[in-house]
Design a protein around this ligand. Structure first.
Ligand code: F6P
Length: 319
């Protein structure tokens, strides 16, 4: 393989730049020409493809977002769109592709391999919802952002003696809400992977109140519902002053943490190595701090497993 390409797709995640940098530098180190596909799968279809050099990826390891831009491509979901994409890759003489993104992006990668084009997936999403890897690129940075926000909310919650309901991203996964909730000492954490027992949530709030605690923080994963719905119930049942904060896209921005830069560097380089070994239809991941690769079809058939022992721990520490 003499020419490969890299693209970022789906929701951006801090550390995507570090992954692109690693892929580019590893490829050049191995004597392979590497191209950047701009705007995700849309750029693949339109041929927005440019060669990347060592200098193209200088000064980006610490930057959030993605220098290659990203998109959620409707056209790539069609057979015609995918045919155009393969045509563009062939036109540029590209023999293998690295896709940095979430599960939707991996499904795109899977389709390309089915069309005979070798593709490797690198998990990049703040949701941490990809099976077969302990962490996805961007999760740790988003987690730290959420915790920092909750710490700030706690200051005002304490001063005003209010109950705050904070809505956290994660799509259908509760990882971000759960880890942030434990790290920030939330009173209750509401996630899709565990049953929501409103009676239990109210009882925990009341028991804190009885021992003199006048402020509380409840974290709601967006996959369960809107924070405002929970706030309405709590206010109606307790009469306490409640406020809602939806953290939104602030969770996707910012300079990646050292952990995310490390993870992205290791995974980006591993993806290049796999392509050069002639492998395709695989995703790279991290398991027990070892870089692993697994069949992308097998990974997509599995359901991401949230560690429920963390949920139980958080409950036992917020009594
Ligand atoms: O997958 C990342 C993510 O930020 C999810 O947590 C969230 O549900 C979704 O993307 C938001 O997508 P968009 O930026 O397209 O509104």
């Amino acid at each position: 393989m003499k020419k490969i390409a890299v693209l970022t797709s789906g929701g951006d995640a801090p550390g995507m730049n570090a992954a692109v940098r690693a892929a580019v530098r590893r490829a050049i180190y191995k004597g392979v020409q590497i191209f950047g596909v701009y705007n995700g799968y849309n750029g693949l279809i339109s041929g927005n493809i440019k060669e990347l050099t060592l200098g193209s990826v200088g000064d980006i390891i610490h930057r959030g977002g993605t220098m290659l831009f990203t998109a959620r491509s409707d056209e790539f979901r069609t057979e015609e769109g995918r045919a155009k994409a393969v045509e563009q890759l062939k036109k540029h003489g590209i023999e293998g592709l690295i896709v940095v993104g979430g599960d939707g992006s991996f499904r795109g990668a899977q389709k390309l391999t089915q069309l005979g084009f070798p593709t490797i997936g690198v998990p990049g999403t703040i949701d941490n919802d990809i099976p077969c890897t302990d962490f996805t690129i961007g999760f740790d940075t988003a987690l730290n952002t959420v915790v920092e926000c909750i710490d700030k909310i706690r200051d005002t919650a304490t001063s005003h003696e209010r109950t705050y309901i904070v809505e956290v991203m994660g799509r259908d996964a509760g990882d971000l809400a759960l880890w942030a909730g434990l790290a920030a000492g939330a009173e209750s954490i509401i996630i899709p992977e565990a049953d929501t027992d409103m009676k239990d949530i109210l009882e925990r709030l009341r028991s804190g109140h009885r021992r003199g605690k006048k402020h509380s923080i409840i974290i709601v994963a967006e996959g369960v519902g809107q924070a405002s719905q929970f706030a309405d119930v709590i206010k109606a049942e307790t009469g306490w002053e409640t406020r809602v904060t939806v953290l939104g896209h602030i969770q996707r921005g910012g300079s990646p943490t050292a952990f995310d830069r490390m993870l992205a560097s290791r995974l980006g380089a591993a993806a290049v190595d796999l392509l050069l070994e002639g492998k395709a239809d695989r995703m790279v991941g991290i398991k027990n701090n070892n870089i692993v690769d697994v069949d992308i079809d097998e990974a997509l058939d599995q359901k991401h497993q949230l560690d429920l022992s963390i949920y139980q721990l958080a409950r036992s520490l917020s009594i």
